[in-house]
Design a protein around this ligand. Sequence first.
Ligand code: NAG
Ligand code: NAG
Ligand code: NAG
Ligand code: NAG
Ligand code: NAG
Ligand code: ZN
Ligand code: ZN
Length: 602
Amino acid sequence: MWRSGKLALVLSALLLDATAAVSAPWNYNFHAHELEKVPLRELQLGAINFLHTTDTHGWLGSHPVQKDYDADWGQFVSFVDQFKEHRLNEDQDLLVIDTGDKHDGNGLSDATEPNGIASIPIFNEMNYDLLTLGNHELYYEDRVILEYYSTAQSEKFKNKYVCSNVNFINDEGEEVTFGNKYVYLETPKNKFRVLALSFIFNYQMRNTRAKVTKPTLELEKPWFHEMLKHYNNTNIDLLIVFGHLPATDLDYQEINQLHDSLRHHFGHNLTIQYFGGHSHIRDFVSLDKRATCLQSGRFAETVGFLSIINLTTDKPIFSRRYIDFNKKSFSHHANVTESNLQTLKGEKVSNSINQLTVELSLNKQYGTVKENYFMFARPIESPNNIYNLIKNKILPSLQQDSNSDDPNYHYVIVNTGAIRFDLFQGPYTRATEFSVLPFNNTWKYIKLPLWISRQIENYLNQERIIATLSPPGITKLLKMQSDRPLECPFIKLPLLSEGYVTLDDFGCDGDDTLHNSQLIYPIPNVLQYNNIPHDFNDDDTTMVDFVFFSFLQADILAVIERIQIELGEDKETKRYTANDCLNYDAKSLQLLLREYIISDQL
Ligand SMILES: *[C@@H]1O[C@H](CO)[C@@H](O)[C@H](O)[C@H]1NC(C)=O
Ligand SMILES: *[C@@H]1O[C@H](CO)[C@@H](O)[C@H](O)[C@H]1NC(C)=O
Ligand SMILES: *[C@@H]1O[C@H](CO)[C@@H](O)[C@H](O)[C@H]1NC(C)=O
Ligand SMILES: *[C@@H]1O[C@H](CO)[C@@H](O)[C@H](O)[C@H]1NC(C)=O
Ligand SMILES: *[C@@H]1O[C@H](CO)[C@@H](O)[C@H](O)[C@H]1NC(C)=O
Ligand SMILES: [Zn+2]
Ligand SMILES: [Zn+2]
């Protein structure tokens, strides 16, 4: 999977003798016995500094079985306050930013109805200077309403919440701005004049309470041109564009199109700082001499740091760092001891998280996971790959509850994106279940000719436009891995934990913590199991039950139509519609996985 020229290098990095002195690529010279006190890479503070989170997806309660991410939201709140107090000089400003996706991924958000009703107030304890929404805030009407009233319109954030290209549809059916189209502010210390805009990618959903406009089209609207009469390159020092779009967008280049438009309107001399999200990776892109974009990972594993060391010069210097979301990194960068990290306010936030965890019974243990199962850090053929487990151990156990008189042959198909997190060795709790399988998919089925059913998996896996069926970010991670330059070899040192060894436009020294490289392996869009006997004699009229996740309905119908057009000339054709998609009465994937873990105890 690496270019062959790189292989020798990869191997030499993997084979590094742990007792040998290691220099490249860390710019540190240390011996193995010193690794435990390997210094964290420092933050380089500037005139203006930023801390950034994105795609937290409800992960407010730390990562119980992962020491590298052992800080909770209370400790994060403490970190930011301690950082302000102990690290910032009189001439250094700080802005704290979030770029959305606060649902789906953790029981703290997902075990309540409506989703997020208890987690959003905890999230909002962070004193964000700028915040916005992601696509997960727009999935259902109840979430849109919650986001609008609890956050966008709240006393605390009503002057900080920005959605340039999303409107809210109010109770009267009128379209109103979701928070602010833009915010103008002056930084407290340097009095930098800052204009902030925020865009989500062109996410088109069926939702009666919100409307998204493609970013570049939004810039054609009157409000934007009215704004330019007041705020433009003659009277601002910095344009901040934060939002729920990826820093690297290999498929649509939305951020690049947006950047071209903004350069057209603001000229080439203005510094523009972007903060991105959605694809769940650590990333940093240099868009031009005066514009960069930082993206800060996912799931409260990362706090992104960015500084512009001298903003109002011809050649501003940018510096970025990905901080591991743990107490060690937080206390180090705030320059306090670990025991002094927590503030009174942070303590309160931590307490309310613990209380919520108890109220929602998230620590309720169902069983014990015997080994680690990774999404893409192990090849899909590996027994330690979670998709391998789902395909070979879990999907075969699916059975229709009723209708048992009719021993139908069936196919069952799920999208890999439905699995959101690695399954780690240790207690299997209600919280684990929410983090691995956060979506409330139901099973549906269509009675379908076998010859069509046989093709669907291939079609779904080959279809490029249906990339959203797989977990976010994987395409970019694979590309980064295969393009890894000589200066940035993979790292394998037994004393370091496996983790992020990020490669971005500034090189491979962005992570604050040294880790072993976690290699990434490709995964398909969908996984399938079927119980058709190998020697089955198909005469084109055989019908089977084609079972699928409700999320896949539109894609399955589209693919069936294509298969009929491309392969069905000589066959009788029926047009399949939503009316043919029936409920399949069977245990949820969550329950099937839970039962497997419990049965695997002996
Ligand atoms: C830029 O803003 C200034 C100050 O508000 C205003 O006087 C000027 O007309 C604006 N320029 C444009 C091209 O709108
Ligand atoms: C942009 O900066 C360059 C270099 O300082 C300067 O020569 C040029 O006049 C500036 N352009 C504008 C439009 O301000
Ligand atoms: C900006 O800061 C960098 C790093 O401190 C320095 O090397 C550079 O000269 C500065 N540029 C200007 C124009 O002040
Ligand atoms: C950390 O604090 C100590 C004093 O407690 C101070 O001497 C040192 O300069 C500080 N370090 C940073 C990076 O601010
Ligand atoms: C999932 O739950 C939401 C409410 O939180 C509901 O609106 C939606 O219909 C459910 N989806 C499925 C597939 O059951
Ligand atoms: Zn996300
Ligand atoms: Zn997203």
